[in-house]
Write a protein that binds this ligand. Structure first.
Ligand code: GLV
Ligand code: MN
Ligand code: MN
Ligand code: MN
Length: 420
């Protein structure tokens, strides 16, 4: 069925969703099409204010929990029933797009707004959440809000600092949260029925399949490492080449070795990225003494990811010895991959067929709050087509029509999960 036919039979309000998407993109707008909305920043706080307003208009009561999650609640017929949760995040990459995360939050609000307008009271309560710090770049560790409510935070997390030396504890406090009371904001497995997230695909498969929406089968788990390489500083003009302990030369060889290790299994789904590199006290006529770089390594297959990690650790050690350097590797984040619950995939599938879609199934290479929620409850994810698969880039784009189709699928799936 052509997309235009599908958009004609929508229960959700496409114009309202498009309007909200456009309005929210003004909060932290970067150039013509980008967004810079750091987690726990004044601009995210302002954006939360607007989102809270829309949650209220949709018939929800709104709260900010102590992890910095904004949550809107629509009561069900049974107020004590476990909650059906849906949502995503509105924090962005430093130079991000206006769809990543935002589409999940605003289409969830749109779905609840539609229910309220139709006088539908679901059996179970529904909570729409905008999670705190999904992206993770400000404090070097992401998925904070979802890890918080599911009891997956680690010791010392609140002491992590951003580039300006502000701790997460301080940032939470300035945002209006009470970090000393975070246990009060946790959910127990009994209190959550299921979690559903809509997100742009951030990849090219839906565009290739000529489909506006897809069904996610599983999410690759990321491990984030920081590698510190230590050499010895010296004069660039006087130290003979054979006598150098150049940390940058060692780090460069490590980065290339890592790339080769990850590429080794061309059939595999492993991906590896070095996205940050820092040379301490850099000067063009000083031999670099200290270099730090980050590793982002992911796979849906944990064994394969673990094998890659082992290989990179051995290889970095060998390279360090070759150049008389020391290497130290610390783990910042380690989230296991997880498959989406088959029964929720089935619901999404049957609802997409009822809509006349032929939604393909696909794995998510990007991580999402849904990955963390899977530690507490069953979960499902809907993907929406985005142009050329571009994401984490101001050029990110998804059409109003595709977003509306995705939101409709979310609405229908939510009704099935919450019961009406
Ligand atoms: C989150 O945005 C990720 O890196 O997948
Ligand atoms: Mn996202
Ligand atoms: Mn992202
Ligand atoms: Mn993400």
């Amino acid at each position: 069925m052509p997309d235009s036919v599908i958009t004609e039979q929508l229960a959700i309000n496409k114009d309202r969703l498009s309007r909200h998407m456009k309005q929210l993109s003004e909060y932290g707008r970067l150039g013509e099409t980008g967004v810079c909305r750091p987690t726990l920043s004044p601009v995210e706080k302002e954006a939360f204010g607007k989102v809270a307003e829309w949650m209220e208009e949709a018939g929800m009561t709104v709260r900010l929990d102590n992890f910095g999650n904004l949550i809107g609640r629509k009561d069900g017929k049974d107020p004590d029933a476990p909650v059906v949760m849906t949502g995503s995040h509105i924090d962005s990459q430093p130079a991000g797009g206006r769809f990543d995360g935002t589409v999940g939050v605003l289409s969830s609000i749109e779905a609840v707004h539609t229910m309220s307008e139709k006088g539908i009271i679901p059996d179970r309560p529904i909570e729409v959440v905008s999670f705190c710090d999904e992206e993770g770049w400000r404090f070097g560790k992401g998925l904070f809000g979802s890890r918080g409510i599911t009891g997956n935070l680690e010791a010392g997390e609140l002491d992590r600092k951003d580039a300006d030396g502000i701790t997460r504890r301080q940032a939470l406090r300035e945002f209006g949260c009470d970090p000393d009371k975070i246990p009060e904001s946790r959910f127990s497995p009994e209190s959550i029925h299921s979690f559903l997230e809509l997100h742009i695909e951030q990849g090219p498969l839906l565009e290739k399949a000529d489909q506006p929406a897809g069904i996610v089968t599983g999410i690759a788990g990321p491990i984030w490492l920081t590698v510190k390489v230590k050499g010895f500083a010296g004069h660039a003009g006087t130290v003979p080449m054979a006598m150098r302990q150049d940390a940058l030369v060692g780090a460069s060889e490590m980065i290339v070795a890592f790339h080769e290790i990850v590429k080794e299994d061309p059939e595999g789904t492993t991906v590896g990225t070095v996205g940050e590199l820092n040379v301490s006290g850099a000067s063009r006529n000083v031999i670099p003494e200290e270099v730090a770089f980050t590793i982002d390594l992911r796979d849906i297959d944990l064994d394969r990811r673990n094998r890659c990690e082992e290989l990179l650790r051995e290889s970095f050690q060998r390279i360090a010895e070759k150049y008389h350097l020391k290497v130290d590797i610390t783990e910042d984040q380690n989230t296991k991959p997880s498959y989406c619950s088959p029964w929720i995939q089935d619901i999404i599938d049957s609802e997409s067929q009822a809509l006349g879609l032929n939604a393909p199934t696909m794995m998510s290479g990007a991580f999402h709050d849904a990955l963390v929620m899977s530690s507490l409850c069953d979960y499902g994810m809907i993907f929406v087509r985005c142009r050329e698969g571009i994401s984490h880039n101001p050029k990110e784009y998804a059409s109003d029509d595709d977003l509306a189709v995705g939101a409709e699928l979310l609405y229908r799936t939510l009704l099935r999960l919450a019961g009406d």
